[in-house]
Design a protein around this ligand. Structure first.
Ligand SMILES: [Zn+2]
Length: 347
């Protein structure tokens, strides 16, 4: 206990005969008793130390007080009956308060979430609004994985920022969430400026719906990268792409290259035959991609193409455009975009 009631009338009545040193010893011992919520030691040396008693008069005062007000009980230590009662009452009160639980705390504090602990605050914030992981994914894509304050690329370390901080009563809904880099998040303090572009809401809502739909369709998530088979000269093209077929236009006289084929499918689908010139362009795109990601696989091409379509809604997906974006983004980790990334949350 860091607080206890002192009944001045009772104290004066019970201690009227004490000398000044004895009052001092009494107060120090009583404070120690309440602070530790433990009985005092019976050993006099320990009592002297508690009271910082050095002189003989002081030591005498300590022993007098200890014997008269904190007598040694059956358990071998010094008890004060009144202090024991008060400690026990206080403990009962505080444990009753605790068992009222955080729901009680929330209803009690209401609009003062700063008085709640972290999980109570989050629980309160979620009552005000909740966002789905698809909405957060969509938000990151719509904001182009950049910090809305400083524009830093946040692919590696996106921080989910509550625009109105949760400790100030902000909700956990997507309306109150923006993407920040770690340093902007750390330095924003109580600022609650919404830095998102005006049209975020419409875009995020639409994209989140699409993401939810795709994931529900058991959209293939990138797992182990497929090993890139060596092209075998003078043999039939291997049907190893997702569809199980080489692009319709692939003729046996062209040396099969699974990466080129994957890019061709990205641009033309599996039913349209690219021309020789198209293949030349696709090969150039592949060369660029390989400079950014030397270990690119057909699977990775497929995955990036899907991300590209999600990211640049409405833009034509060509091998050249994909390569351009790929080079710009560098060799990012495959977790970017899909599957749902684990993101640290700061409030
Ligand atoms: Zn930033």
């Amino acid at each position: 206990m860091n607080w206890y009631p002192r009944y001045t009338g009772d104290y004066m009545r019970d201690t009227a005969h004490l000398r000044m040193e004895e009052h001092g010893a009494y107060c120090v011992l009583l404070d120690n008793y309440y602070a530790t919520e433990r009985p005092l030691p019976s050993d006099s040396e320990q009592l002297y130390r508690i009271c910082r008693a050095f002189t003989e008069t002081e030591k005498e005062a300590v022993i007098y007080i200890a014997d008269n007000y904190f007598p040694v009980s059956e358990d071998g230590v010094r008890h004060n009956k009144k202090a024991d009662e008060i400690i026990s009452t206080q403990n009962k009160k505080s444990s009753a308060k605790k068992t009222a639980g955080h729901a009680g705390a929330i209803s009690k504090w209401g609009e003062s979430p700063s008085k709640l602990n972290r999980s109570e605050r989050l629980s309160l914030a979620r009552k005000k609004g909740q966002h789905s992981s698809d909405e957060w994914e969509a938000m990151k894509i719509v904001l182009d994985f950049t910090c809305v304050i400083c524009g830093k690329d946040c692919h590696e370390d996106p921080v989910k920022d509550h625009i109105k901080p949760i400790y100030q009563g902000g909700s956990d809904g997507i309306d109150n969430i923006q993407l920040l880099c770690r340093s902007c998040n750390a330095s924003k303090g109580p600022d609650s400026t919404d830095h998102r572009p005006k049209d975020w809401k419409h875009k995020v809502e639409r994209l989140a719906k699409r993401l939810a739909k795709r994931l529900a369709n058991d959209w293939k998530t990138p797992g182990e990268p497929e090993p890139e088979p060596e092209p075998e000269p003078k043999t039939e093209p291997k049907p190893t792409l997702a569809e199980g077929k080489p692009p319709a236009g692939v003729k046996t006289q062209r040396k099969p290259n699974l990466l080129i084929d994957a890019l061709a499918i990205v641009e033309y689908g599996s039913n349209i035959k690219p021309t020789k010139a198209d293949y030349g362009r696709i090969a150039k795109a592949l060369k660029d991609i390989r400079e950014a990601s030397a270990d690119v696989t057909p699977h990775e091409i497929e995955r990036r193409a899907k991300n590209y379509v999600t990211h640049f809604e409405g833009a034509a997906l060509t091998a050249t455009a994909l390569a351009k974006h790929w080079v710009k983004c560098g060799n990012r980790k495959p977790e970017t975009g899909y599957p749902i990334q684990k993101v640290q949350v700061f409030h």
